[in-house]
Design a protein around this ligand. Sequence first.
Ligand code: ZN
Ligand code: ZN
Length: 85
Amino acid sequence: MATCEVCGNDYWMAFEVRTVSGDVHTFDSFECAAHKLAPICEHCQVKIIGHGVEVGGRFFCCAHCARAVEALGAEIRDAVGARPV
Ligand SMILES: [Zn+2]
Ligand SMILES: [Zn+2]
């Protein structure tokens, strides 16, 4: 049994997530894990649950948002929906 550090639920299927910094967090659900750990898009402020886009250390939910904020984002293309020119 382990207790979720976000909501406090003591759940037998709780799991641990180790981040790149080596910190270990305990959650009872992916929802709580995303609440605590998911980066936030700098343009539209949504939680980035999927792959997202990272440009120069800044995180965006998609290529559109990266292009809106970061000059380098102009080179970013989403794999889904991208059409060869
Ligand atoms: Zn929880
Ligand atoms: Zn966004």
